[in-house]
Design a protein around this ligand. Structure first.
Ligand code: HAM
Length: 412
């Protein structure tokens, strides 16, 4: 048997795994501080859940879902995204409540794999469901998205648009069909095909010949009623108040059908790293009797992790060179772990091995620095500090340890 991973999937190890963890932990902690409770939802969902909600003509529904073979004949898929599952869980478990949820985990789309686009990828998502449809909910979510990127040190441009409500959009889609229909032979092949099933998607086509046609294409803003216009203006003026920079993009439509009103993407180097919007009518699509105000975003953890400076968690070794040194070292380990938090890991090698073997072992555990306690150090209440790279070894009083570690690591 040839060992190989499935196309479009990845083994994330070492620095890549560390970066993924950093993105997820930073996001989870940020969202917790804003009251977003963690939820764990299934990766397996019924196929029909996504069919109408994402749009029958959407790329995901048409060709990107991974179907799972279930001998009982149930039509099951690996979730392509998290929002629809959140709404399903909300309608099943707590309809009528007001929830702020966060989740992270793998999503699956059968896209053509390339750098930053995978068939299995991780999203960190934030959803607010059931809170009255107010612009401040969207603004708080955008602010959190911007803060997450800031905490990670990632630059991205916020592009924002409004998609109005279903009735307004329907009229607009008719106008688009007329306009693009009259210019069909000037459209790219992919857009000609989209004209029938998903004309809005022509708006975010990257094909130069399609972009040329956009200059004279009708704009959704011409079809918005005062309420939708007002909602969007409220969002934009709050963003100004919060000094969050944005670019209005009338051609931003997103590839999922459930959005209404605000939609946005944070773009880094031409690629969305965090995206979302309002989806008040999704609940109705899933069978609820009325609309349920909802808004949220999902961050592409793989893409964000790839933008971080590669770093590994550093390790400090605590080495007892004699059995009598074990107790001192066992006491040191938790104290050091508390002092250093997660920026360093602390590992211990107890006494019993020869000095050479102990240091070989701590080297294998990737320690960059070792604190060594042997018989001489025990007698004099000292310790040896060894730089594992240069081999430089110095002796210090035990009482100096916290200050010395602070100076060397920069962790307070
Ligand atoms: P989305 O734009 O499809 O929205 O995905 C959100 C983010 O996931 C993208 O901006 C991108 O960073 C990442 N992403 C998407 N596909 C891939 C892929 N194949 N490989 C790597 N990263 C990818 C949603 O999924 C919505 N559920 C967002 C949302 C939440 N809207 C409201 N609430």
């Amino acid at each position: 048997m040839k060992l190989s991973k499935v196309r479009g999937t990845r083994d994330l190890l070492r620095v890549s795994a560390f970066a993924m963890t950093k993105v997820i932990q930073t996001g989870q902690n940020l969202l917790l501080t804003a009251g977003f409770q963690p939820v764990f939802l299934p990766i397996l969902e019924r196929e029909d859940l996504f069919q109408h909600s994402l749009g029958d003509g959407s790329d995901i529904v048409m060709k990107e879902m991974f179907k799972v073979h279930d001998p009982s004949g149930n039509q099951i898929v690996l979730r392509p995204e998290g929002t629809v599952g959140c709404m399903r869980a909300y309608l099943e478990a707590c309809p009528g409540e007001c929830v702020k949820w966060q989740y992270s985990g793998s999503m699956f789309r059968r896209e053509r794999p390339q750098q930053g686009r995978y068939r299995e990828f991780v999203q960190l998502g934030a959803e607010v469901i059931g809170l009255p449809s107010q612009s401040f909910v969207d603004v708080e979510l955008i602010q959190l998205g911007a803060e997450l990127l800031d905490l990670l040190g990632i630059q991205a441009e916020l592009r924002i648009n409004t998609l109005g409500v279903v009735a307004e959009r329907q009229q607009y889609i008719e106008a688009l069909k007329r306009y693009f229909g009259q210019n069909k032979d000037k459209l790219s092949l992919i857009s000609q095909e989209r004209l029938g099933r998903s004309p809005l998607r022509i708006l975010d086509s990257k094909e130069p010949q399609d972009r040329l046609l956009l200059d004279s294409a009708p704009r959704l803003s011409e079809y918005l009623l005062p309420r939708s216009k007002g909602f969007f203006q409220d969002v934009l003026s709050s963003l100004k108040t919060l000094k969050i920079k944005y670019v209005e993009d009338p051609w931003l439509v997103r590839g999922l059908d459930y959005y209404s009103h605000t939609c946005y993407e944070f773009i880094n180097d031409g690629r969305a790293v965090l995206a979302g919007g309002r989806y008040d009518s999704l609940a109705e699509e899933l069978g609820a009797k009325r609309q349920i105000p909802s808004s949220g975003w999902a961050a592409g953890v793989d893409r964000l992790a790839e933008l971080l400076k590669p770093e590994e968690q550093k390790t400090i070794g605590v080495v007892a060179l004699c059995k009598a040194g074990d107790q001192v070292c066992y006491d040191l380990v938790p104290t050091l772990r508390r002092q250093l938090g997660t920026s360093y890991s602390v590992v211990m090698v107890p006494g019993g091995l020869s000095a050479g073997k102990s240091l070989q072992l701590v080297n294998k555990l990737q320690a960059s620095l070792s604190i060594i306690v042997g018989e001489d150090e025990l007698k004099s209440s000292n310790f040896q500090l060894k730089d594992m790279k240069t081999g430089l070894q110095t002796t210090h009083p035990m009482s100096d340890l916290p200050g010395l570690i602070r100076r060397i690591t920069g962790v307070n």
